[in-house]
Design a protein around this ligand. Structure first.
Ligand code: UDP
Ligand code: MG
Length: 140
């Protein structure tokens, strides 16, 4: 299996409810290593750039509002098949459809406040990591 890196966000609904440690525990229990991490409050411009792929979708404005409603924790995770593995640990986008034991099943409030982001492919992981971290902030 290939060692990969993926990009993660603990969203404002998670920081607001003091869940960063509980979510990090699930990440680490899955065998993913948190090799970079910082707490930031996204500007609207940063959130619009980050979710630019969804710009034309009806939920875009609400998504940007939600992502800028409080601080987030941005992370780089590393491990075997990290991109797919983290998507599994996160659970489905709609928490009602998420499997038992996943982050979204256990912690998400709704589709809009679903606690975490994880990259969906190697190309997007690289772009997302580069938006938030410089090389010397990532210590694998
Ligand atoms: N989202 C939403 N309504 C939708 C679809 C998505 O509010 O109908 C939000 C949701 O918070 C999701 C984010 O937009 O996490 C990005 O959507 P995507 O389809 O990329 O889901 P993800 O990759 O986060 O599972
Ligand atoms: Mg996505």
């Amino acid at each position: 299996m290939a060692i990969e890196r993926t990009f993660s966000i603990l969203k404002p609904d998670a920081t607001r409810r003091n869940l960063t440690g509980a979510i990090n525990a699930k990440i680490e229990q899955a065998g993913l290593r948190i090799i970079a991490q910082k707490r930031v409050w996204m500007t609207r411009g940063q959130a619009e750039t980050f979710y630019g792929v969804h710009r034309e979708r009806p939920f875009f404005g609400e998504l940007v509002d939600t992502m800028t409603s409080g601080p987030v924790v941005v992370q780089v995770l590393e491990g075997d098949n990290a991109i797919k593995k983290y998507r599994e640990v996160m659970g489905a986008t709609n928490p009602e459809k998420a499997d038992a034991g996943t982050i979204r099943k256990d912690f998400a409030v709704s589709m809009g406040e679903n606690s975490v982001h994880g990259s969906d492919a190697p190309e997007t992981a690289a772009i997302e990591i580069a938006q938030w971290f410089s090389g010397n902030e990532i210590v694998g």
